[in-house]
Design a protein around this ligand. Structure first.
Ligand SMILES: [Zn+2]
Length: 467
């Protein structure tokens, strides 16, 4: 794998109930961010930007694939609820439960391995003395199934008139959200606070084991791990995501005629997902991560499934596109985003409102595509017009995933004649066995994208021959 395309959903919207109004409109994807993960470069030291409303690329070295997934047995057949605690797993007369697989940005540590990390130290101070250093200390120790982990993001709710700052350690503050890249967070405070969306009290002298429980499930096409805090009753979400996830994977493969690696999906609440930006990624090697948010956000959007499942389906489509990207040696990034939503939509795993016509910046695709500038919008808009024209079928998607020729163009430059002519050829051939008869000109006109007068003329302009 050399290049993997990922896409992630709203960050702050998934963090804070206060931002729900910003994402509660007809299109709640309006703060999407993208991360590009590559294995063919050495620039592996960048960190994803958690800022919303910006597209961000990161690159990640190929040696970052050494996740706990590799150590996980594939032999279990049923839902595996992890042991309740490390202690129970350590009893000598039982076989310890395997550690739950972790998303790529988390690792387990214990004992001295945890202590090797510098703790994150925070201070809660009165706003009038924001540089204070209170004497009282509370400690937060994040863990999964009782096994400590190396990072966490959590909401910190302070009493009126107080402010939070990072004293030391690797951490960032995004509004009330603390993202701590350490297995130990010390909160210096002389007042009691609450942390997480579960309103856990934290006062000086406390040690809070901020633990999440995992549910691991396996199947022939999908292994999934669902994490939750005990205080959030997530009902049947883990099983539904696993069951419906398999159906989506199969449907997307059937529609495109493409298969890829077995999918390893990680479904996480904000506290685990937000450690890595917005938390929804495709790694191109079967690994998919999905941020299902927090109780107020999920409730506002109708539940965990409506938050997580369309993004999962989108990321699965990226996994398939990763298999065929050699057919698109130019800048395929916008095409990749567009087909990810389009395929998920065509197989019924993504609602129309997530596909179009209102884009992430509030633009109406029906007004044209050429002046859009958000990567998903630029990608979705041409396919939206294919949908409007009645062309967007599974057969059409198969044609896009298996173009049968190499199309070298910049899918993000919709002012380009080359892009318009390439879309003419691609759409005509995907739409019909007699592409010269496919009504693509009007589709491109509706997009506002320049193009040749006919399929034959588009081919000629590109120096291509009819198939
Ligand atoms: Zn994407």
């Amino acid at each position: 794998m050399t290049l993997r395309r990922t896409c992630i959903a709203s960050s702050l919207a998934l963090f804070a109930a206060a931002s729900l109004s910003a994402c509660g409109d007809a299109n709640d994807r309006d703060t999407s961010t993208d991360i590009e993960v590559t294995t063919d470069t050495d620039t592996s030291d960048s960190v994803p930007d958690a800022q919303p409303d910006t597209s961000t690329d990161i690159e990640e070295g190929s040696d970052t694939g050494d996740t706990a997934l590799d150590a996980q047995p594939d032999t279990s057949t049923d839902i595996e609820e992890a042991a309740d605690s490390a202690d129970s797993a350590d009893t000598s007369d039982t076989i310890p439960a395997p550690l739950a697989a972790l998303p790529p940005w988390l690792a387990y540590c214990d004992g001295a391995a945890c202590d090797a990390y510098d703790p994150v130290v925070l201070a809660v101070c009165p706003e009038v003395t924001p540089s204070c250093l209170p004497t009282g200390t509370a400690t937060v120790l994040p863990s999964i199934d009782g096994h400590r982990i190396t990072a966490i993001a959590f909401l910190a709710a302070l009493p009126e008139g107080h402010t939070l700052r990072v004293v030391s350690g690797q951490a960032s503050l995004g509004g009330p959200i603390v993202t701590a890249y350490a297995p130990r967070v010390e909160v210096r405070s002389d007042v009691a606070i609450q942390v997480t969306y579960y309103d856990l009290p934290l006062a000086a002298g406390d040690t809070l084991a901020l633990d999440f429980q995992s549910t691991s499930q396996t199947s022939d096409v999908l292994d999934s791990v669902f994490y939750r805090h005990a205080a959030w009753d997530t009902g049947t979400a883990a099983t539904e995501l696993h069951t419906r996830g398999q159906a989506t994977i199969r449907a997307e493969r059937a529609a495109t005629g493409i298969t890829s690696e077995k999918v390893h999906a990680f479904f996480m609440p904000t506290e685990l997902a937000a450690v890595q930006g917005e938390g929804n990624f495709s790694y191109g090697d079967g690994r998919i991560t999905s941020n299902y948010g927090n109780p107020p956000y999920a409730t506002a959007l109708g539940g965990i499934l409506p938050v997580a499942f369309p993004r999962f389906a989108h990321e699965c489509a990226h996994e398939l596109f990763d298999e065929v990207r050699a057919s698109y040696p130019g800048n395929y990034s916008c095409l990749n985003e567009g087909v990810a939503d389009a395929l998920a939509f065509v197989v019924g795993s993504l609602p129309e409102v997530d596909f179009g016509p209102i884009g992430l910046r509030g633009d109406d695709f029906d007004d044209g595509c050429a002046d859009l500038n958000e990567i998903h919008d630029v990608g979705n808009c041409p396919l939206w017009h294919a949908y409007r024209a009645g062309l967007l079928t599974e057969g059409f998607m198969r044609g896009v995933f298996q173009p049968g020729r190499v199309l070298d163009f910049d899918s993000c430059d919709l002012h380009s004649d080359r892009t318009g002519n390439t879309l003419f050829v691609l759409f005509a051939e995907a739409a019909s066995d007699t592409p010269e008869l496919a009504p693509i000109g009007p589709v491109l006109d509706a997009m506002g994208v320049p193009h040749a007068a006919s399929y034959a003329a588009a081919l000629a302009a590109l120096g291509l021959s009819a198939r």
